[in-house]
Design a protein. Sequence first.
Length: 312
Amino acid sequence: MKDLLASAPKNWGRWGPDDELGSLNFLTQQEVLRGIRSVRLGEVYTLGELIANPKGEPVFPGRTGALKFMTQDKSYYKSGKSHSLPGGGEYSDDGITMYLQGSTQYDAMGHFWYDDHIWNGYSADTTMGGMEKASIVPIGEKGVVGRGVLIDMPRIRGKSRLDKGEEITLQDIKDAASKQGVTIEKHDILVIRTAFLQSFYEQSREEFYDGLNEPGMTYSPELVQWFHQMEIPALCTDTMANELTVHPESKVLLPLHCALLRNLGIAFNEICNLEKLAAACERHRKYDFLYVGAPLKVYRGTGAPVNPVAIL
Ligand code: UVW
């Protein structure tokens, strides 16, 4: 990683030594108003996947889907384990055990690192026992609000979804925007559709995870420079890792987590469901919208679930 990113730009220190928000600092009040000005139809699309889906959930290898359990329902009253409240009221309750990165979620700014330092140069030791620095809480406090732009790669490529290992370059993004008739402006929240995770629901797990190399943007110095110059605050995709898993030349895994999240402080929103939003964008020939997403404020969390909203 160190060699691959030797001359890659960094935003460390740009917002002071105590910063935990990174490029989300670009999302000022003016940017919120610019996002609001992109709304013309009032159509609302939520981007969260179903949590505790009985069909299973696509999660990065090593994680498991959510486990949901009932702690109170009608059966408790029927069996006498619970009693109706005075006046006859009864209620249901449940709980959930899940990876905070196990569904549609935001990565904390300090979630991924190399060379023993996380975002802004904090020591990776600050992750031990919970994120002392750059946890998900500051992102949950701020909320991510601005103008979003969808790049719909499968539609541009005339296919239903991108395949394992399929690359997206900077030129592909620029060409797609131009074909879609949308301009990516400075400080836009970039939303990239691959439709790849839809294959999880149609294939066996063995097939889905076999040789897993998610499609997505490939690391290149030009791509990283563009994100830096465009001051992109957040990247949102419908894949588990927001990037091509394996960098083809170097074989380095997840280099954009380091170049964009760790070095530039660009917030990562992963595992979104962009299907309905993409269909609406195509129907209306309108690819910009107000994007709103605030992850749960989990104490010292490495990430947290979110159900982002796009308003066309
Ligand atoms: C890893 O942390 C490995 O991946 P992600 O940030 O995509 O969940």
